[in-house]
Design a binder for this molecule. Structure first.
Ligand code: ZN
Length: 651
């Protein structure tokens, strides 16, 4: 550890419940005092960045602890604090004197110009120019949406449903899973909804009825209450669109994104559908064929149900590509794989990671200093890798603190996952790299203003650096380095890498068919006539090859659209197209340091100081193209004139 790092190091305060409350109240009071005089500031952009810093110092940690703190009282107190922060921000961006001061700013640099633009947009989106009653109503709606989003997330995170499966029902499960899961007095396995319990079961349990029962419960894990919550959120969003006099919530959201309009989204999704529909049917036919063969049923009577898809897909991967996800855990021991990921990151981007002991919220959590090759302290990262009760159930990265070159502020990001302690499947290695892609975007950014740090980019670009990094899980030149961190695990050779790539490609039709459904569904709920969440879903899912299953309530578990991804879920595929184009810049060697450093400099370090498209095109030296994406999802590019991801408005 360098003394410079120790001096500069920023860490997350591990707050108790009463401290959450006092930190939040103090930050809001100080910020309110500053905002009251902000229009008098000589440099209003700097003055705002200082207020944003005060807020982030309190609410960055609170937003993370809200999802990971082991103590329920702390998590609940964070909920309340975050609602107060959100209503405070709405009020700030309805402040007319502040608005006027920002309008008058004469930008002296590109970051100035962008910050001024982002602030003016925030004012506009928070209702500064609405009539007073509408402005008041907007405040009420924003606050209510924040509360509802929290309730939605909590109903999933804190669901304590347990399912029991007899030893016979666990036939097919890997020994390591059987050794790990708890049992009741009768010897039945007792499981909940954590990924390490659920995902392997759907992939491996031979008993179809047992898989169906687990899958069914999983699709209801946020309901019935969450359906009501979602309906209320959707109605309030439509009301926001009405306040602004725009046709739909999608219009309100997309104007801030790369796509600019819902029409561009729908056209893009249409292009995806043209390619994916055939690929999905082809994949399902192959999986159905295998089911018929393994069950001895005639093919005409064989139907692939939603609880079958993962199971037979794995069997097909074993047969066709000799890929067994469970056996892959030996190749990817969890700790060694994390060390490998840090190593490839160091080589690629010219940074170092040093483990340091600092206070953490749970004994499993690890903290690392991030240093430049020159020894300069860049920021800090926390890794919270394993599941526990009450913890966030998916994988995500929290940008707890952003960077600011202006004030010397150093960034902190936290990676939160729910991995098996022994080893990872190949899918999980991809997840790890994906989330770490977000972490790097946070800690390797060096922007002038805090507001532009790391992942503050357009919502439909934010998943590009993360999806780009997934590729490092499937190439020989990066995987070859794993041996250095796991001397006794089986070596990964060229044949395994080829088989991994081929087996990943198989099923892309099924995967993207699902992603497409999610994206269309999100756009439907954000449209001019949203309808009721479950009704719309059952119609839309009902029209897919695997259909809708009565009694399931998937929308109640769909956290993305209950939160900030509304009218933005399409962004995963949009950004995937950009990600695959970015990968192509590395050519045949993903470990090419020169390109890695260029990516760090032109994309990661820049945050949102410029529109994403300009930065990406500077990095590529040409316009963004979607050919690689359409090939990836199962076919050829739909049409020559669609190969460039253009922002084109329909009449
Ligand atoms: Zn992501």
């Amino acid at each position: 550890m360098t003394t410079e790092a120790a001096a500069a190091r920023a860490t997350i305060p591990i707050l108790a419940a009463d401290e959450v409350k006092s930190a939040s109240e103090r930050a809001l009071a100080v910020a309110a005092g500053r905002v009251a005089r902000i229009h008098e500031a000589e440099r209003v952009l700097d003055a705002w960045d200082d207020v944003a810093t005060i807020l982030e110092d309190a609410f960055g940690p609170i937003s993370l602890l809200n999802s990971v703190h082991p103590d329920k009282e702390v998590r609940d107190t964070c909920d309340g604090a975050l609602v107060q922060e959100s209503s405070f921000l709405t009020e700030v961006f309805q402040n007319e004197a502040f608005y006027e001061a920002v309008s008058k700013v004469e930008p002296a640099s590109v970051p100035d110009k962008e910050l001024r633009k982002h602030l003016l947009e925030a004012f506009e989106d928070s209702g500064v120019s609405l009539a007073p009653e509408k402005r008041q109503r907007f405040r009420e709606i924003s606050e209510r949406i924040t509360e509802l989003g929290q309730e939605f997330a909590k109903n999933i995170r804190e669901n304590t449903t347990q399912l029991r499966f007899t030893p016979a029902e666990c036939d097919g499960m890997p020994q390591s899973w059987l050794d790990r899961v708890p049992r009741d007095e009768e010897g039945n396995v007792v499981v909940g909804f954590d990924y390490p319990d659920y995902v392997p079961f759907l992939m491996n349990a031979r008993n179809e009825e047992a898989r169906r029962r687990y899958w069914f419960a999983y699709s209801n894990r946020g309901t019935p209450r969450n359906l009501e919550v979602l309906d209320e959120i959707v109605a309030l969003r439509k009301e926001i669109a009405d306040l602004y006099g725009v046709a739909s919530f999608a219009h309100y959201v997309t104007k801030r994104n790369m796509v600019e309009t819902p029409e561009t989204v729908i056209r893009f999704l249409g292009d995806v559908r043209n390619v994916v529909t055939a690929a999905e049917l082809r994949d399902l036919a192959a999986v159905g064929q295998l089911k018929a063969e393994l069950t001895g049923q005639p093919i005409e009577e064989t139907r692939i149900s939603r609880w079958d898809a993962a199971y037979y897909r794995e069997r097909l991967r074993e047969r066709r590509y000799a890929i067994d996800q469970e056996a892959l855990r030996q190749y990817f021991p969890t700790q060694g794989t994390v060390a490998w990921m840090l190593d490839i990151t160091s080589r690629l981007y010219g940074v170092r990671f040093e483990r340091v002991t600092v206070p953490v919220w749970h004994e499993d959590v690890i903290y690392l200093d991030v240093l430049d090759d020159s020894g300069l302290y860049l920021g800090g990262i926390y890794l919270d890798l394993y599941p526990r009760d009450g913890k966030y159930k998916h994988a995500a990265a929290w940008p707890v603190r952003g960077v600011s070159a202006r004030t010397g502020r150093k960034p902190i990001s936290a990676l939160v996952t729910n991995f098996n302690r022994q080893g990872l499947t190949h899918d999980e290695v991809e997840t790890l790299l994906h989330e770490f892609g977000h972490v790097l975007h946070g800690v390797l950014s060096v922007t002038h203003y805090l507001a532009h740090s790391g992942t503050s980019v357009e919502r439909d670009f934010v998943e590009a650096p993360s999806q780009m990094y997934e590729e490092w899980a499937s190439r020989m030149e990066s995987l070859a380095l794993l041996r250095e961190h796991c001397g006794d695990c089986p070596a990964i050779d060229e044949s395994l890498v080829q088989r991994l790539r081929a087996s990943n490609k198989f099923g892309a039709g099924i995967d993207y068919g699902r992603q497409l459904l999610y994206a269309f569904y999100d756009m439907a709920l954000s449209s001019a006539t949203p309808g009721r969440a479950l009704e719309v879903w059952s119609l839309m899912e009902g029209a897919t090859p695997m259909g809708y299953v009565d009694g399931t309530q998937f929308p109640g578990t769909f956290e993305h659209i209950a939160s900030g991804y509304a009218a933005g879920y399409y962004g995963y595929m949009w950004a995937k197209a950009i990600a695959l184009d970015l990968v192509s810049a590395f050519g045949p060697d993903l470990m090419n340091r020169e390109i890695g450093r260029k990516f760090r400099e032109l994309i990661l370090s820049r945050g949102s100081e410029e529109p994403a498209r300009a930065m990406v095109e500077r990095f590529l030296g040409r316009p963004v193209a979607s050919d690689a994406f359409f090939e990836h999802i199962g076919g050829e590019s739909p049409a020559a004139d669609h190969q460039v991801l253009e922002v084109a408005c329909l009449p």
